[in-house]
Design a protein around this ligand. Structure first.
Ligand code: ZN
Length: 380
C-alpha cells in the first residue's frame, strides 16, 4: 500500500510539474531586486533618467548561417565600432540544419554573439505551441552541446534563445532555460508596451506583458530573463515584431532610412528601452532588397557616431540591466572580451536517419557518424 501511495504521490507531483505549476504572484518590487530579479515594467533600471541611460541597439539575425548569407554579414557588420570605441555587437539566433559551423566560429571570433534557435526548426507551428519540457530540452538544452562542439566555441558563451516563429511554449522553454543556465529569451513580442517600452525582466513574478502568440509563461520561474521584442510600427501603424514582417513599408533607400529612424526615435526620445532591429538576412541581401541593406548600413553608420547609443550583443543588455550604471560611467568601461578559439576544419558528407538525406557538414571537429538531430545532437 505504501508503495502505491508513493507512486500516486510521485505521479501527482510529475503531472503538476508538467501542467499545473502554480501561477506566479503579482510582482512585489520590495522582494524583487536586481541583480537577479526585476518586475516587468517600463521604468528604467536603477531609477535612471532617460538622458543618463545608454540606448542599446540589438541587431539580430535568425536561422542557419552559411555561404548564402555570410557575405551580407561580412559587408554589413564586421569591423564596426561604437562611439566609445568598443566593437559593435550583433546576435545570431542559429538553428542547426544547413548551418556551416566554421562560419559560426568566424562570427564568434569577430566578437558576435551566438544564440539558439533550435535543432530542428520544425516548420509545423503547432509542434512549438504544444512543445513539452522534453521537446524543449532536445531543441535547446541539447543545442548548447551541439553548437559548442561543432563550432568549437565555449558553451558558457551561449546564453540566448529565440523559438522558431516566435511561438511561445508556456512555461516549458523557460523551465528548460533555468535548468540549462540559459540567461535570456528574445521570443516574446509586445504591442502594448512600446511607448514607453518594456525593459527586460525576470519571471520570478507574473508578467504584465501582452501575450501575442500564446501560450505565455504563467508560473514563477526564477533565473531566465525576458528581452521583450518591442514591435515596430509600419507605415500604416500596424505592429510588426520582425522588420521583415512589416507589411506597409517604403520603397526607396531614403524612405527606409527615415522609416528605421522613426522607429528608433520612439526608444531614443522615450524611456530608452533597448531598440530591436530583428530581421532575417535575405530581406537585406543585395540581390533582393539592396535599398533596405543600404538604409540599414546608413542607420548603423549614424548610430556608431552617437555618444549615447551602443550596438551590442544581447547578453550585454542583460549585464547592464543587472547592474545599471549611468551613461557617463558606462562609457568609461572596458570593452567586452571573449576567449578566441581555433577552428580545426572538417567537411563531412553525413546521412540523416530522420529523412535519409545526405548533408555536407562544415564543422570544427571530427566528422560525426550520422547527421546530428533531435535526441542525438552530436550524431554519434
Ligand atoms: Zn527561424
Amino acid at each position: 500500500m505504501k508503495g502505491v501511495a508513493l507512486l500516486i504521490l510521485l505521479l501527482v507531483a510529475f503531472t503538476a510539474s508538467q501542467e499545473e505549476l502554480p501561477l506566479a504572484d503579482t510582482c512585489d518590487p520590495e522582494a524583487c531586486q536586481l541583480p537577479d530579479c526585476r518586475c516587468s515594467g517600463t521604468s528604467i533600471p536603477g531609477g535612471l533618467q532617460a538622458r543618463d541611460t545608454p540606448q542599446f541597439v540589438l541587431l539580430t539575425f535568425d536561422d542557419a548561417v552559411n555561404v548564402v548569407n555570410i557575405e551580407t554579414y561580412r559587408n554589413t557588420i564586421y569591423n564596426r565600432r561604437n562611439r566609445n570605441n568598443c566593437p559593435a555587437g550583433v546576435t545570431f539566433y542559429v538553428n542547426h540544419e544547413y548551418t556551416d559551423y566554421q562560419l559560426i566560429n568566424e562570427l564568434y571570433n569577430n566578437g558576435f554573439e551566438i544564440a539558439l534557435h533550435s535543432v530542428s526548426h520544425m516548420t509545423n507551428q503547432t509542434y512549438w505551441q504544444e512543445a513539452t519540457y522534453e521537446d524543449m530540452t532536445r531543441e535547446f538544452g541539447d543545442q548548447i552541446i551541439q553548437m559548442a562542439h561543432f563550432a568549437n566555441i565555449p558553451s558558457d558563451s551561449i546564453k540566448g534563445v529565440r523559438i522558431p516563429f516566435l511561438q511561445m511554449t508556456g512555461n516549458a522553454s523557460f523551465q528548460v532555460m533555468a535548468d540549462f543556465n540559459l540567461e535570456y529569451d528574445c521570443t516574446w513580442p509586445t504591442v502594448s508596451h512600446i511607448n514607453p517600452g518594456l525593459w527586460p525582466y525576470t519571471l520570478d513574478y507574473a508578467s504584465i506583458q501582452d501575450c501575442i502568440i500564446p501560450p505565455c509563461p504563467s508560473a514563477s520561474i526564477p533565473g531566465p530573463w525576458v528581452i521583450p521584442m518591442i514591435t515596430w510600427r509600419d507605415l500604416n501603424d500596424t505592429p510588426c515584431s520582425m522588420v521583415d514582417s512589416c507589411l506597409a513599408v517604403p520603397s526607396t533607400e531614403e524612405e527606409w532610412f527615415q522609416f528605421i529612424l522613426r522607429n528608433f526615435e520612439r526608444h531614443y526620445f522615450g524611456n530608452r528601452a533597448p531598440f530591436g532591429f530583428y530581421i532575417h538576412e535575405w530581406y537585406i541581401r543585395a540581390s533582393v532588397n539592396p535599398h533596405v541593406g543600404r538604409a540599414l548600413i546608413r542607420f548603423l553608420d549614424l548610430i556608431n557616431t552617437l555618444y549615447d547609443v551602443f550596438m551590442v550583443n544581447s547578453q550585454e543588455v542583460i549585464d547592464w540591466v543587472k547592474n545599471p550604471v549611468p551613461l557617463e560611467e558606462y562609457i568609461q568601461r572596458p570593452c567586452k572580451t571573449y576567449v578566441p578559439t581555433f577552428c580545426p576544419p572538417a567537411t563531412c558528407p553525413v546521412v540523416a536517419e530522420h529523412n535519409e538525406n545526405t548533408y555536407w557538414m562544415s564543422i570544427c571537429n571530427v566528422c560525426p557518424r550520422v547527421y546530428p538531430w533531435l535526441g542525438n545532437p552530436l550524431g554519434q
